[in-house]
Design a protein around this ligand. Sequence first.
Ligand code: PLP
Length: 345
Amino acid sequence: MEYIDLRSDTVTKPTPEMREAMAEAEVGDDVYRDDPTVNKLEEFAAEMLGKDAALFVPSGTMGNLIALLVHCQRGEEVIIGNQSHIYLNEAGGMSALGGIQPCPVQNQSDGTLALNDILASIRTEDVHHPVTRLICLENTQNICGGVPLTPEYTRQVGDLAQRNNLFLHIDGARIFNASVAQNVSVKELVSPADSVMFCLSKGLAAPIGSMLVGTGKFIARARHIRKMLGGGMRQAGIVAAAGIISLEKMTKRLAEDHSRAKKMADGLKQIEGLIVDAGSPHTNMIYLNLSEAVSIDAQQVTKKMKSLGVLVDPENARRFRLVTHYWIDDKAVEKTISAFQNALN
Ligand SMILES: Cc1ncc(COP(=O)(O)O)c(C=O)c1O
């Protein structure tokens, strides 16, 4: 059966155009910097984000880890959202591999870290304290609802970081969704940041890969650490070719995913037993709960939905996250709404 897959935008398979470009990609050994397709992708990414240089990495997790390892020394501290992907879902890499200590700050419901909370978390100079080195933001903030952070807020955090001699890293796995949702350029969104990671393999539909961007000096060091972590790839142009299409074409169509998410949410709101979060969706993610009147739990609903041809991801016993992407068309939106209706009957 062809499933409608709403579990994540990471499930996106490459488009036919990507497969063709991959088959025809000019390649070389990228560790020697000999792969023209990777070089083109890196130049393109740096230019789009308004930074000096970029590095192609196998995953968002590796991109974030490399950024943290470049910015911080062992025993130093990172101020980071307690609902952030880096803190919750990257296997403790910063601590295990970098000896870096997270200083978690509560994410507000709009995905931000309150400026006062950040300020209060900066360590004073004291022989007992770790040294605070870095602030991390996540845009869009996934767990808070796929909510985009504004350029004004990011600027405020950037100013705060500068005043306190700290670096700012953005986990921008879905930064292009944040840009489209607010009608603001990605360049403007990330200009206060020293480094940004963004993913090609999510809403941008590439099969593999993320980009890390920053200054030339930062990326030179990042390239070294990527090698150390075993992320130096050889004829990686095969996958970079898809990434170029992600940047050229897929960034321009994300508004479709957002409007389909909105249509889906509007339909789901009409179904008795479903409570869509207020304000959801902000981008391509819909968060919703089962009401108390529903006697079955999210696992059972998930099973029923699967039998009706729709894959969904339960967040907990009563909660779901649904994610729209390139392979979710208008028909899939309608089918999902009626599958939920059937599953709850
Ligand atoms: C916000 C965020 N950051 C980072 C990542 C990590 O990306 P990857 O799965 O490529 O390691 C994800 C993955 O879903 C994510 O949602």
